[in-house]
Ligand binder design. Structure first.
Ligand code: GMT
Length: 375
């Protein structure tokens, strides 16, 4: 199949999922065209069957806001015509499903069909898409997609609750390529980060308010009162400064390492003992799955799709959003006993295997084949 994939190219989970999906599809022989405004961070361009088309937005002083959706839909029309693309898969409804719909209409005028699959990722529904300024357009573009998928059962429920949806939604969970993760984790050099007696705790996010990184620091503050530990904070974002200032005020600056955006997340997770994800909302929690694939148990909130990934009492623990006290207690429970920690690590790894890319890609391929056969 010849498929165009539209996504955000940044560090966000939806862009990472779209990139992994496109890469895996290309390896299975499909021709994949990424269409976005920058090369996606995890996309390797020197690969067979992969093409990247950059969307350029012309700056014009009359425009207070440059019209990205127009540029994207025009680019899609050109790419589809030039490369005989058969199918469009957009990740994140705003504005991708809207621009995709417009491209479909323009192509119809040119005598071409372009079925569109829309994957809902989370904030396009729960935080941003639900806002009255976007809601009619998001509802319209979901209802006018040929296939709609969501990354968790929880996100499907939220979508049906928050929007007037007439379209069936298929749940296709996020995934991970388990062939990248060895069963024997022997070469994780933890001495670069911590003393032998210290436990290593990690958080990875874009540090927006929804990630509640102040909770991360407060949970760690309580853990290190009982157990020698360090915290690695990976990523960057608007909440970082305040959380760093708080950590300094508690004299934790030597135990908390802020490493910024990193392309070496798996190297860090490899020697991590516990992952913290106390988010306000999380449709799935790809970061938690990446930790689990690295044999790392997770302490998270119980919001959204997180309980579908992090099994309470098995792969880690889930608590109410904001319950810093309970999250710290559960973390200490896991970390204070070597045997228990190992059991949680093994459980986390076993659960991650349920989301292996080899199990998920065929689900997308089946949806693509169905929609193409009925187009
Ligand atoms: O929240 C993020 O870190 C970014 C955001 C995005 O849109 O890229 O992530 C959303 O999509 C991910 C991939 O499907 C999910 O794993 C995240 O849980 C989801 N974030 C939220 O729902 C807040």
């Amino acid at each position: 199949m010849k498929i165009a994939i539209v996504c955000y190219p940044t560090y966000g989970g939806s862009g990472v999922v779209a990139t992994m999906l496109g890469t895996a599809l290309a390896q299975r022989g499909h021709e994949i065209h990424f269409v976005t405004y920058k090369q996606p961070v995890r996309l390797e361009l020197l690969a067979k069957n992969i093409y990247f088309h950059e969307v350029n937005v012309e700056e014009y002083p009359l425009f207070h806001y440059q019209p990205y959706d127009l540029a994207l839909s025009s680019k899609l029309v050109n790419v589809v015509q030039e490369h005989d693309v058969e199918l469009l898969h957009v990740h994140y409804a705003i504005p991708h499903a809207y621009a995709g719909y417009m491209a479909q209409q323009m192509l119809k005028d040119l005598g071409r069909q372009l079925p569109m699959v829309t994957t809902l990722h989370g904030t396009d529904i729960t935080l941003v898409g639900n806002h009255p300024v976007y809601k009619p357009s998001v509802t319209f573009s979901i209802n006018n997609s040929d296939v709609v998928t969501s990354v968790s059962d929880s996100l499907k429920r939220d979508t049906l609750e928050l929007f007037d949806i007439t379209k069936h939604i298929d749940v296709v969970p996020n995934f991970i390529d388990m062939s990248n993760y060895k069963t024997e984790f022997t070469d994780c050099d933890r001495t670069v980060m911590a003393f032998p007696e210290e436990r290593i705790i990690t958080h990875v996010s874009n540090m927006r308010p929804v990630k509640r990184i102040m909770d991360v620091v407060k949970i760690f503050e309580k853990i290190q009162e009982k157990i020698p530990a360090i915290l690695i904070m990976v990523g960057d974002g608007p909440e970082r400064f305040e959380a760093e200032e708080y950590a300094k005020s508690k004299k934790l600056q030597l135990q908390i390492k802020w490493v910024g955006n990193s392309t070496e997340i798996d190297r860090i997770l490899c020697f991590t003992d516990l992952f913290l994800l106390p988010s306000e909302k999380e449709s799935f929690g790809l970061a938690a799955l990446e930790a689990m694939a690295n044999k790392t148990p997770v302490i998270s909130s119980n919001t959204g799709g997180l309980p579908e990934v992090n099994e309470n009492g098995v792969t880690g623990y889930t608590s109410k959003v904001g319950d810093v006290e309970e999250m710290a207690q559960k973390a200490i429970h896991i970390l204070e006993d070597d045997t228990r920690l190992l059991e949680f690590k093994n459980n986390a790894f076993a659960k991650a295997k349920e989301f292996d890319i080899q199990l998920i890609i065929p689900q997308y391929e089946k949806l693509y084949q169905n929609v193409l056969s009925t187009a």
